[in-house]
Write a protein that binds this ligand. Structure first.
Ligand SMILES: [Zn+2]
Length: 1080
């Protein structure tokens, strides 16, 4: 036994013995009294100083998640989370007065699982008495700029669920704690509100904004989280005074060097008077900038409390000596508190608060440090995360739909949930971690893919192989592989390259039937594709661009992509295609290339949209909706600023910071090499801009938008200059400095060049200071035309000139920006600079008066289909002929029985507790985006989920862990005279939409017919939906499997018996349900 281990054991014993006594004593003394009632009392007529003992534990940054947890690699950072929780628990058990908050569930539950029952019981007691309080509670403290709302909701649901399962009501966080993320999104506020949080505190906002808010006592406010949802999305939000650090000189951690409080009566070092004086001066000054006689002080920092006693001992003394002065007339009162106790004090002050309707982007910490680089940093990790979310949803659904559940499904799914939870961390998806840590995240993701891949293979085999009668290899565990090809983004896939006969199964995770243009990497242009009914489909082979084939580490024999249109892929279901190589005799299948470097202009496209190119190979104009407007597209790069970071002006561009050197920008080229391919399914222009930037521009023959698939890297640095590469779309749209960007993939927020809604901004970095996070979409318009671009991952973007939209796709830099990561953002792979590939989708057309669905409506629907397209599973088919395949297996399946109305997204379907599903429905349109789709919709949940034997259903808060009808939030009152901050009316109070089943009414037992409805409106609405469903049902019937039972497709009209399952969604509304299944 090593010395290390024995020390560890001794420590455990000490903890165990201590718990034994404290446990019995305290449990006997107090019953459960968590929540606001466990707060220490404040004193009236005094300034109450809420001391919050906390630690900020990054779920990976300079070290990996495990290195932080176990405390290894101390040379990088002395940080070990296991010691923190050990030490804090011990200190809390010794003294019931003390408080501590813990935030990151990823770490807490790793620790929890290692504890004995005795320790667990003691911790439960601490939680029940409010001495240990969970705040935030998600798997990680997620970033707010680059995360997608689906992933944020998922990682909160999982963290809060484990807290709920373990501690019940007392484990439920009341307050959000986003102290370190680099700017704050409005959608995050909305989600917190919908999850039932009473408020949220954060650390980072623009330094000018912060100064002004403190000066005008506006640092604490009511944030309107949504322009569509009204008051239910309002969240009380407070900016912390000193980020999340302790006041200067009062950092008592083992990682700090401030003097302890020395109170030896005769000690020559006694510093009590000086220390208390300084502290009281600090809080007195601070209190002048806040509205109530309460201030909150964050007593802790990154990985503090590894030795909790150092902090607590000094806090004890600070409290004691400061409060002793009350006897001599001091009116300052220090107390151990928590963010929720502080919030309760603000609430109980009974005053009114300012409001806010925009967001806290971009974040600048000084005149030359705009934290807008991380919007793009590590572009491939950002995309990998999005793939991960996509496959997580597939894995959840198939786990729920499996006819026979296997014991390993749960652990696989949990592993992937937790991995995606870690990925949302503000130093993971942001790209602000060290390179080695980024690789660790990617490795975790690949393991999670493998785990869930085992589940999906199992379930798809169950659904496909109903009988073993015609199976040739009866000994095989699985008949088919259902493999995922992770390198499809560089058109590589072993199954389709090696096999002459293979199957492609397209699994559609949406609640709608979809059509999808599919691309498969193949070595040869001649293949035959038949669908599940034996129909031979039209194909087109397109050569893979040379730039892609030239990628050194691309190990693939594929020279072509086989394109076909897969139609009517059933909702929450699949359709399988049999693909067979043909003799290459049909010359007609050979792709036709137009000569390179055409000297004349040319066009690609279809009847919906046409793209014109000029003689230099650049996009020149776009024709759509009867409009032809100048639209060009080009690649450019900024030079990354380089400095020693010693003063603001010498700031380098880096992983966090975007700072172009004197805003210098360079064109990638003035002439593009091109090849043009026009077939019946797709037109493509292959563009080569230079040795490291190329692109495919394509229009599929039925789409009304164009696809730009860019390939950038390795970014050259031989010239000693870091480069930040953008794609820019220029148009003649007169946007007058106005553009809009999405908030975490949901609502759009209006932006104006060189402007902030709530203060008069002084921007010292004209480019970087106008960059915003683009999670999915950026757009602009004038009275006649609009242009929108969808992204496939988070990127930074802006509109620096009227009519122009730019997106940063990739960056490679040579200097650190001095915000802690300690490395230049210089990503390499296989010894070269990182290559990134991705897609932009360009929408162009009339901004108003359009026939049919509005362009905004089409953009929303496409946004969803691009987020969660059918997942591609490949299987070897060498053993089966097409006929055998068609007659022996179930090659089409759907898991739901009623296609959802178009604007409704089945956001979540996953196994939850035993015999329960967690289900979310979301209205994906905003008010006014489309005349017909932006209306409230109704449908019957039971019909949608009739594949399941439903016993009951109950609505929860957004996170799925509290009953909505029991959820109560603290109410805060806005200032009576609202300051007219909102010059662009981004927030307008919507007319309260009609809620059939509001929070006050649990879903079950409500009689739809008894609700008094405004005549006409809703009735007409439901007719419209019903008609749509009927037509969809017809389309979809062929995809139906034996699993859907007894005329489910016709049951819509027979709804009368199930009216309690009819729900309504208004624009942007998400409703979450626990569905109880009958025990089989
Ligand atoms: Zn952090």
């Amino acid at each position: 036994m090593s010395a290390k281990t024995s020390v560890w054991l001794a420590f455990l014993c000490a903890l165990g013995c201590l718990i034994h006594d404290a446990d019995l004593r305290s449990v006997q003394q107090k019953a459960s009294q968590c929540g606001y009632q466990s707060c220490h009392a404040t004193k009236p007529n005094m300034l109450n100083v809420h001391l919050v003992a906390h630690t900020h534990d990054d779920v990976g940054w300079l070290k990996t998640v495990d290195q932080y947890y176990y405390g290894s690699e101390t040379r990088i950072q002395k940080a070990g989370v296991q010691y923190i929780i050990d030490s804090v628990v011990e200190a809390l058990l010794r003294d019931p007065e003390k408080r501590f908050i813990y935030v990151e569930s990823a770490f807490f539950f790793k620790w929890w699982k290692e504890q004995t029952t005795k320790v667990q019981d003691a911790v439960k007691m601490l939680v029940e008495q409010g001495r240990l309080e969970f705040i935030g509670g998600a798997w990680s403290m997620n970033d707010e700029a680059t995360t997608h709302y689906q992933s944020v909701i998922d990682q909160f649901s999982w963290g809060l669920r484990l807290l709920n399962d373990t501690f019940g009501e007392c484990g439920r966080p009341r307050v959000g704690w986003q102290i370190d993320p680099f700017g704050h999104s409005r959608e995050m506020a909305s989600m917190f509100a919908q999850m039932g949080f009473d408020g949220m505190f954060f650390g980072r906002l623009d330094y000018q904004d912060k100064d002004e808010r403190l000066m005008t006592k506006n640092a604490e406010m009511i944030w309107h989280g949504s322009a569509n949802l009204g008051e239910e999305s309002d969240l009380f939000s407070g900016a912390l005074y000193n980020n999340y650090q302790a006041p200067d000189g009062f950092c008592f951690d083992i990682l700090c060097s401030d003097a302890p409080i020395i109170d030896g009566k005769h000690s020559p070092d006694n510093n009590v008077k000086e220390r208390v004086d300084t502290f009281l001066e600090y809080v007195t000054k601070m209190s002048t900038q806040f509205r109530t006689p309460n201030v909150i002080l964050t007593m802790g920092e990154d990985f503090h409390y590894q030795n909790a006693d150092m902090w607590y001992k000094n806090l004890d003394k600070l409290i004691k000596y400061a409060n002793e002065r009350q006897a001599n007339g001091s009116n300052i009162n220090l107390l151990y508190s928590t963010p929720s106790c502080y919030l309760k004090s603000l609430h109980d002050a009974g005053i009114t608060w300012p409001t806010k309707s925009d967001d806290f982007f971009p974040y600048a910490s000084d005149p030359h440090a705009y934290w807008t680089g991380y919007f793009t940093s590590r572009p491939t990790l950002k995309r990998y995360e999005r793939d991960g979310n996509h496959f997580l949803q597939v894995c959840k659904q198939l786990s729920a739909l499996a006819p026979n559940k296997s014991g390993e499904f749960g652990p696989h799914l949990t592993f992937m949930r937790e991995t995606l939870g870690i990925m949302q961390h503000h130093d993971a998806i942001t790209g602000t971690e060290k390179e080695k840590v980024a690789l660790d995240y990617a490795k975790r993701m690949s393991v999670a893919f493998r785990a869930c891949g085992a589940t999906t293979r199992n379930v798809l085999n169950q659904l496909t192989v109903k009988s073993k009668e015609n199976v040739k290899d009866k000994m095989a565990k699985y008949v088919f592989d259902f493999k995922t090809c992770p390198l499809l983004n560089i058109t590589a896939c072993p199954v389709s390259e090696v096999n002459d006969r293979f199957a492609l199964t397209l699994y559609n995770p949406l609640g709608h039937t979809v059509n999808e243009y599919v691309r498969i990497p193949v070595p040869d242009p001649s293949y035959k594709i038949i669908d599940n009914k034996g129909v031979t489909l039209e194909t087109q082979a397109v050569p893979i661009p040379q730039a892609l084939i030239d990628i050194k580490h691309r190990n693939s024999t594929a020279k072509y992509e086989l394109v076909f249109l897969a139609t009517n892929i059933p909702p929450l279901g699949y359709r399988t295609y049999y693909i067979e190589r043909q003799e290459s005799t049909e010359s007609s299948k050979m792709p036709k290339a137009l000569p390179k470097r055409t000297s004349s202009v040319f066009q690609i496209g279809n009847s919906h949209i046409k793209l014109g190119f000029d003689t230099n190979g650049f996009l020149y104009d776009v024709t759509a909706d009867g409009l032809t407007r100048l639209v060009s597209q080009e690649f450019l790069f900024y030079e990354g600023a380089v400095g020693n970071n010693a003063e603001f002006l010498n700031r380098s561009s880096g992983a966090y910071i975007f700072r172009p050197n004197e805003n210098k920008i360079h064109f990638a080229t003035d002439q593009v090499e091109i090849e043009v391919y026009k077939g019946d399914l797709v037109h493509e222009v292959h563009q080569k801009f230079n040795d490291w930037i190329s692109q495919v521009v394509r229009v599929y023959n039925k789409n009304s938008f164009a696809e730009f698939e860019w390939l950038v890297g390795p970014i050259p640095i031989d010239d000693g200059i870091g480069k930040e590469v953008i794609t820019r779309f220029n148009s003649d749209i007169e946007s007058e400095g106005i553009f809009r960007t999405d908030s975490n993939g949901r609502e759009m927020i209006k932006r104006k060049l060189n402007h902030r809604d709530t203060w008069s901004v002084r921007i010292n970095e004209e480019v970087a200071g106008n960059y915003y996070p683009i999670t999915t979409k950026i757009d602009l318009e004038d009275d006649t035309a609009r242009m929108a671009i969808l992204t496939d991952r988070a990127q930074g973007g802006s509109s620096l000139k009227d009519g122009s939209l730019e997106l940063m796709v990739h960056r490679r830099l040579l200097k650190d920006d001095a915000f802690g990561v300690g490395e230049a953002l210089n990503e390499t792979e296989f010894g070269d600079g990182l290559i990134a590939r991705g897609k932009h989708h360009l929408f162009f057309g009339k901004s108003t008066d359009r026939e049919g669905v509005s362009l905004k409506g089409i953009e929303r629907l496409t946004q969803l289909e691009k987020l969660l397209p059918p997942w591609k599973f490949f299987s070897n088919m060498e053993a089966y002929s097409a006929d055998e395949w068609q007659t022996s297996f179930t090659n089409s399946f759907t898991g739901i029985s009623l296609v959802l109305p178009k604007p409704v997204h089945l956001l979540t379907l996953e196994p939850w507790h035993e015999n329960q599903l967690l289900v979310r429905f979301e209205h994906i349109m905003e008010n006014g985006e489309d005349a017909s789709y932006s209306q409230p919709v109704q449908f019957n949940v039971k019909n949608v989920l009739s594949a399941f034997d439903i016993e009951g259903i109950r609505e929860t808060t957004l996170d799925g862990n509290a009953w909505l009808d029991e959820s109560r939030r603290l109410q805060f009152v806005p200032d009576p005279e609202q300051a007219a901050f909102n010059t662009y009316a981004t927030f307008s109070q919507p007319a309260k939409s009609v809620h059939l089943l509001s929070a006050e009414k649990p879903l079950l037992g409500v009689k739809y017919a008894e609700e008094a409805l405004p005549a006409g409106q809703l009735g007409a609405q439901s007719n419209r939906i019903k008609r749509e469903m009927d037509s969809d049902q017809v389309n979809q019937a062929e995809g139906r499997s034996s699993k859907s039972t007894e005329g489910a497709y016709n049951s819509f009209k027979a709804d009368s018996g199930n009216q309690e399952y009819i729900i309504e969604l208004s624009p942007m509304e998400i409703r979450t349900f626990i569905v109880y299944l009958a025990v089989a």
